[in-house]
Design a binder for this molecule. Sequence first.
Ligand code: FES
Ligand SMILES: [Fe+2]
Length: 327
Amino acid sequence: MITDSWYAVATPRQVRRQPLALRRFGQDLVLWRDATGRVVVMPDRCPHKGARLSDGRVQDGTLACPYHGFRFDPAGACVATPVQPTTRIPHAMCVHPLPSREVHGLVWVWVGDGTPTEEVPWFDDVPTDSVGAWDGALVYPVHYSRMIESNFDVYHFPFVHRSIDPGMGEAVEDIAVHAEDDFIHSEGVIVNRSGRRTPYHVDFKAPNLQVLGLTRHVLGFIACTPIDDDHTWVYARVHTDYTRWAWVNRLLSFLILSLDWHVAQARQDIPVLRHLTPRQTAPGACVWVHADAGAARYVQWRARALQAQAQREETPRAPTPLRQAGA
Ligand code: FES
Ligand SMILES: [Fe+2]
């Protein structure tokens, strides 16, 4: 995967009073909130005897292991060993938190050895709040790179999703793609047999964010975060502005996302996507047509980014758990 980047890993409402176990980047993580309410993200393994910290509990602003009650502060230092309350605690009795942020309605984790950037990636045209929006997440049995690639594809709608939108056209016209640095913009117009034209755009921002605009009123923000080599956590937030009433827009966003998740994605997309080969994107593995221009740019960008990353990593460094992870 692309390292030295921020990845959205959860929604803030998932992280409550007690620790949350999550698997991301091929690694087991525990998320909890310290005494100030700040989200802490750590490897889900107690250094003492390897118990899962997520099975423990939050106690006085520390995370207590379920096995022998050793307690770790938000910086990862062990601050209490009940079995030997007065003995010096070994330095190695610690966990290493991952840099994290809670912003734009998501919990983000910095993956990599480099210094975290001040800003998490975001799109200028996507609201940072949830006014008139509805969100949710699904786990896909697909590598995250192929999820991102498939999100550029709107011309599968009349085939895979014919039953829920029989009027969607098969042809796409006015295809255009613009790419710069870590950003890709693609757009086109879906045309049906009666001449109805539905404009769309799909944008990508590194390492794993996308926005899908359909008509002028629906905007879908998507983050595809690797769970492991075979699974992706897909978070989506739908924003609509059909009316001037936020609650009506929110209701419409809920209906659109619910139909999309429970029918379009779960019953129609996943059965196709789970069998795609190769499992990860690879330049030359697919024969593109012009309508795939956005997807092709993403596949090229990812290949170049991985190549540059491999060159940077040629300098031997001590492996970290995240760099060992296969995702
Ligand atoms: S395994 Fe965690 S305190 Fe012993
Ligand atoms: Fe689909």
